[in-house]
Ligand binder design. Sequence first.
Ligand code: AMP
Length: 542
Amino acid sequence: MNGLMMDYQLTLPTLLRRAESYNGDKEIVTRLPDKRFHRTTYAESCRRARALAVGLQNLGLKRGDRVATLCWNHYQHHEAYLGIPCGGFVLHTLNLRLHPNDLAYIATHAGDKAVIVDRSLMPLLEQFLDRTPIEHVLVVEDSYEELLASASADDWRDPELDENEAAAMCYTSGTTGMPKGVLYSHRSTMLHTLGVAAGNPMGLGVSESDSILPVVPMFHANAWGYPYLATMIGAKLVYPGQHLDPESLLDAFVQEKVTWTAGVPTIWLGILGLLDANPGKWDLAHMKGMLVGGSAAPRSMIAGFKERHGLDVVHGWGMTETSPVASTSQLPGELADVEADTQFDYIAMQGRPLPLVELRNRDVEGNILPWDGESMGELEVRGPWVAAGYYDTPEQAERWTEDGWFKTGDVVSMHPRGFIMIKDRSKDVIKSGGEWISSVELENALMAHPAIAEAAVIAIPDAKWDERPLAAVVLREGQAATAEDLRAFLEPNFAKWWLPDRYEFVAEIPKTSVGKFRKTELREMFATQPSGTGAPAPVASK
Ligand code: AMP
């Protein structure tokens, strides 16, 4: 016997209607390039999102067409987050930190038809635009405004979307090989939004009365869901624009009475350092804390914020493939009164899953491992906002188990209370300041150098960026090359922050029985000598 309930479609236009009806006067604030604060409301933002949808239809775009964004965090990007999918198109956020060659590949693979781009990022777009199928370029504060002005929000008609239609896509470089597209549906996005809205001790810990500043870029995995979450609950949003240095962020926290913020550990390490060095300079009495994720948040940082500045850190774990939030380290009630040191131990783990997300830890033979705090295996995940495949990349099917779980590539053990403890990564990628660097791409490029016989690139711990690349290089007999030569050789083809900080010339690269680089051994050899912190900034840069 079936239930007798409405087959109500979980689609993003419901968020528009709700924001307009109930939270129309709540604010969306943006730090402009000249550092002034721009203010608008949800009512106006929704009106413009509808005008954007109409404008894109007027350009001749068809349902399901991909519309890219190449933008910092600001109110126009927020309009795109709503207007593009609500118009029946697919929002494709492009990562502005990637090399133009990667962006050309990604925009082409996705089949982008249009792009919304910041004026300051036009020089980047011009480096790859002619290698993509993009037909329409909408420049923020320029042709984007003209499009909106020419399209009336009153002409907007609800396209009556099916909840399984695609709403957004985001490419991840977090595995080996070419970047891969994750294609979110309206349904998965709505359920993720509800999941992260779940109250303590589960979700992202915010409510309607909060003022939220997402530092996490809007091109990185849906800005961890904050734009949709804030729109759903009607919280004030403060977008930092391109001003991501610690001082600018702290000023914005004070000026806009920010209560909650979110970003990768590198950002917070910088902020903690500045707060420690300038006691009393910024009055953060109104602030509750921050969600930290993308890389492991160091326990010392978690303790430092709480003990010296009264700020709570909640640790989040997730992936582009999981929309992205899958777990948070919100403390359950039974840990509310334990001593602070024990609480920090728990917060430093990767937490427990959000409702509807399931996790398991399996060894190489496929056995499910117990929650004993020790047994190490690969974390697998399933749930309604977990990817079931990559866009147009069938050969990646091995990332899913036969019974339909996604293999994360994170090597974990599970604490007896069900908290994830990430120990290592099976995927050969480096995460620097919250952004991926492909070791395989660097290795291939290095091995094209005439003096190099073999090269393996590994992640080594870094105090500021979490990880930085180190290249272990075997020279051909009778050949010579210096670290400077190799850097100059790589420079034209890679973003600056991808370039290894260190080159180690070795006699041979340790290998496994099947001839693969034994990177764990290399890491052991070099990890004890942390690299410097002078690398170019992938995250905190302008
Ligand atoms: P991305 O798809 O870029 O969001 O990267 C996802 C990967 O980032 C995960 O598979 C982890 O390897 C890493 N990651 C994300 N959050 C955390 C965290 N809280 N602690 C440690 N690693 C994390």
